[in-house]
Design a protein around this ligand. Structure first.
Ligand code: DAK
Length: 258
């Protein structure tokens, strides 16, 4: 992979977009590399992922404007599909993905962060959807995910005005869960990921599915989705071990993802 690195620490995987000269902007190669990185995650071993950007200035400064500027309609559609496919892969990935946002998260950068389950950022982070200033709409789900995360009014204000916001405002409106000094961001993300990785993997996976899929339908259907995923945990080794540990007043020995 030319622009993406993947490393693991115990049950936590760290995917880093590594194109700092262009502030980690997403060109076709970065999108292909991201796809390959997610495909290479060993779901038998890894229980939570962190997605971050290389350097101290930028998470992802958007889709690559240079590459996009000369696209034909057909090429634009293909580029959009490539991006949307990988963003949906992240959103529906069977284990939680934490975005550790270390600077600019603009356009496609804000959108890829919103495809992750949880967003943590550094104090120098800047968020925005500047697309209307470039003559386009957000194309990697920004009009949809931002409104769902921060509410319609705030999303419209940011998108129509191409208005960037800083970390403290992103925290205030619920776009990020926590803000850290830059040097504390990755340690905090690792700590959160390790905390998730300790829990029963099938249950965590089913929670992600229940929350994501339940949000797309009405409450009657959503509750049925939850019921099925709840039921799916039973008869698993991890359900038996988790409940036995409680009843026997001991710690869980290990969740085995089965
Ligand atoms: N694309 C390409 N290169 C970029 C870039 C980007 N988005 N952002 C930064 N760079 C490059 C700069 O060109 C510069 O390269 P050199 O000139 O050194 O070769 C290098 O990174 C450093 O950037 P600056 O010199 O500009 O650094 P500053 O600190 O002065 O400014 C900045 C940082 C983040 C404020 C500034 O670089 C900036 O405004 N960047 C653009 C941010 C932006 O507008 N991003 C949104 C892009 S639009 C679609 C799907 C998705 C999308 C569209 C369509 N379809 C469905 C088809 C998504 C669109 C977007 O994301």
């Amino acid at each position: 992979m030319e622009f993406v690195t993947y490393e693991t620490e115990g049950a936590v995987g760290i995917i880093t977009i590594n194109r700092p000269k262009a502030l980690n902007a997403l060109n076709s190669q970065v999108l292909d590399d991201l796809n390959e990185a997610f495909d290479s995650v060993d779901l038998g071993e890894i229980r939570a992922l962190i997605l971050t950007g290389a350097g101290e200035k930028s998470f992802v400064a958007g889709a690559d404007i240079g590459e996009m500027s000369s696209l034909t309609k057909a090429e634009g559609e293909a580029f959009g599909k490539k991006g949307n496919d990988i963003f949906r892969k992240i959103e529906t990935f069977p284990i939680p993905v934490i975005a550790a946002i270390n600077g600019f998260a603009l356009g496609g950068g804000c959108e890829i962060a919103m495809s992750c389950d949880i967003r943590l950022c550094s104090e120098n982070a800047v968020f925005g959807q500047p697309e209307v200033g470039l003559g386009i709409t957000p194309g990697f789900g920004g009009t949809q995910r931002l409104a769902r995360i921060v509410g319609v009014g705030r999303a419209k204000e940011m998108i129509y005005g191409a208005r960037n916001i800083k970390a403290d405002d992103a925290y205030r409106i619920g776009l990020v869960n926590h803000v850290y000094p830059l040097e504390e961001l990755i340690p905090a993300a690792k700590k959160m990921a390790a905390g998730i990785a300790k829990n029963a993997p099938i249950a965590v996976r089913n929670c992600k599915k229940a929350i994501n899929e339940g949000l797309q339908v009405d409450m009657d259907q959503a509750i049925v989705i939850e019921e099925k995923l709840f039921g799916d945990c039973f008869e698993s080794y991890d359900q038996k071990e988790g409940m036995a540990a409680f009843l026997e007043k001991r710690k869980v020995e290990a969740f085995l993802n089965k």
